[in-house]
Design a protein around this ligand. Structure first.
Ligand code: XMP
Length: 511
């Protein structure tokens, strides 16, 4: 790959991935590496960005890598912790701040002849998030911007291409953040802006051809964006040597198996639909525990996929839709591996005995880039804009044991909810939506009859990556209509509730 690259050294900030994405939005390729694992091929990177961090440079556990191979030798931008790090270890002074320095602030002083601050004007809004403040700048520093509360908001080092800012240019609330990154990366560091979806497609197709040659590749399609884009890319590279398998686990949305399969065929993919609904339902019989359900679904998937892959002769490769956030090795702010809240089941994690080599064409890109690449490849925008849907499907939205009848009920409810969101123009305003079938019956009255039937919960959330989420304030009129439709049309349901929990402390799925 012949692109100029930016190295982002991660000190554990929650915004590190955002820095990489903002840089990529400028059509410049960026990579995240942990602060303590600086790549040995450092000469391949044209600029370096130091991220923020939850740590204080004054604390004992302060993260301080040896930057002697970078500092002064390459253009460097130090953000928040990075800016404090430079100050603390180079003759400046960092101390706890007296005033709150979180959220919105405005640049009140700007040295206007600085190329780093070109096109940025006094009053520009920036986003702060720090509890320490730089009291004294490091040696050879020149102050170039301040806010009302933070005098040392931006500085540069004389005689070096080193810039430091106390605020976060990567968050949307820093309105000129992208301009600032462009000033630094393009005008100062001289990087080319040639990392585009078109160039990605072209290069990836060539790389796949080179890697797999005339070998056969198998890929599990899930109906989601990532596996679909991966399949279309591979199809472009190797055509009929790509064998796609789309498994119906019986836990998909209403009519989804048939309609998505048709869509795949229409896209020219060599795809086989395998209806294994009964096998999954059988494996799930009587299981109530969420983790055991996930395991049962995961294992059944592996069995079905393995059976199908064995029917193909001489397959050497397994393709997966893994994306960049799955492979970034980030610094954990808690210092250890995070607790397993839920064991997510995906197409990955196939057993060793399959002995297939792995090809992952989307390994280097973020979700929003996957969508851009998908659109360059001509994939239907409706498919690219679909909400995320979990691998175990409705299996983790039916609380308690799973039966064919419960799946039917939930599919009907879900279809009314999702189609309603679409027809009210709300679907694209919501990050993810779905319905949960609760394991309780409650008393109702329909006509003059007493009913004792199921309750469903509707959930619609806004989020950027599923890590945190908030419930969406859907219009009451919409909820009213949807609730009526569900109770009138779906036999077996007499009560609808709306989930108003955020994540954390709740999660998006109920299991
Ligand atoms: P939670 O419920 O953990 O969900 O807040 C966060 C996001 O992950 C999806 N999810 C899954 N996706 N396999 C998947 O492929 C899983 O086992 C799984 N569990 C949750 C969930 O739909 C949401 O988008």
């Amino acid at each position: 790959m012949q692109h100029d690259k930016v190295l982002i050294l991660d000190f554990g900030s929650q915004y590190t991935q955002l820095i990489a994405r903002r840089v990529r939005e400028l059509n410049i390729y960026s990579e995240i590496h942990p602060f303590n694992k600086i790549p040995t091929n450092i000469e391949e990177y044209k600029a370096v960005v130091l991220s923020g961090s939850p740590f204080s440079v004054r604390s004992e556990e302060a993260l301080h890598p040896d930057l002697s191979n970078i500092r002064g030798k390459k253009p460097m931008l130090a953000v928040c912790y990075g800016a404090q790090y430079l100050a603390h270890f180079s003759g400046g002074e960092v101390a706890p701040s007296n005033t709150r320095e979180y959220g919105r602030a405005n640049l009140s002083f700007i040295k206007s002849n600085e190329p780093f601050l070109a096109h940025i004007h006094t009053g520009s809004q920036v986003w702060m998030s720090h509890s320490d403040t730089i009291k004294k700048l490091p040696d050879n520093a020149v102050l170039i911007a301040s806010t009302h509360d933070v005098e040392n908001a931006a500085y540069r080092i004389n005689g070096e291409e080193t810039y430091a800012i106390q605020f976060h240019p990567e968050v949307y609330h820093s309105t000129d953040g992208k301009q600032l990154l462009e000033n630094f990366l393009v005008d100062i560091a001289g990087l080319k802006q040639d990392w585009t979806p078109d160039s990605f497609v072209e290069e990836t197709v060539e790389a796949i051809k080179e890697k797999v040659g005339n070998d056969k590749v198998v890929l599990g399609l899930s109906g989601g964006v990532d596996s679909t884009v991966a399949a279309v890319l591979l199809n472009k590279a190797i055509g009929k040597n790509l064998y796609c398998i789309f498994v119906n686990n019986g836990l998909l949305r209403k009519n989804e198996f048939e309609s998505v399969l048709k869509q795949y065929e229409g896209m020219g993919l060599n795809v086989k639909g395998v209806d294994a609904s009964n096998r999954f339902l059988e494996a799930l019989k009587g299981i109530e525990d969420p983790e055991k359900k996930r395991k049962a679904i995961g294992n059944s998937f592996i069995e079905v996929f393995d059976d199908e892959a064995h029917k193909l002769e001489e397959v050497k490769w397994l393709a997966q839709g893994t994306i960049y956030p799955d492979v970034i090795e980030s610094v954990s702010a808690t210092g250890g591996p995070s607790a397993t809240i839920k064991s997510h089941h995906n197409v990955g994690g196939l057993p060793d005995f399959m002995k297939l080599k792995i090809v992952e064409p989307l390994r280097a890109i973020f979700k929003d880039e996957v969508r851009r690449v998908g659109s360059t490849l001509g994939i239907d925008p409706e498919l690219l804009g679909r909400h995320p849907f979990p691998g175990p499907g409705l299996g983790i939205r039916i609380l308690g044991d799973i039966t064919a009848e419960k799946v039917r009920i939930l599919q009907e409810v879900d279809a009314i909810f999702i189609n309603g969101l679409k027809s009210w123009g709300l679907y694209d305003k919501v990050w993810q939506a779905g319905a949960m079938l609760l394991p309780v019956n409650s008393v109702g009255v329909m006509g003059d009859e007493r009913t004792y039937e199921k309750c469903v919960a509707l959930r619609a959330v806004e989020s950027t990556d599923g890590m945190t989420a908030d419930w969406v304030n859907l219009p009451y009129e919409f909820l009213q209509k949807t609730s009526n439709d569900i109770i009138n049309k779906v036999k077996g349901v007499n009560r609808v509730v709306y989930d108003i929990s955020s994540k954390p402390p709740a999660t998006i799925e109920w299991e």
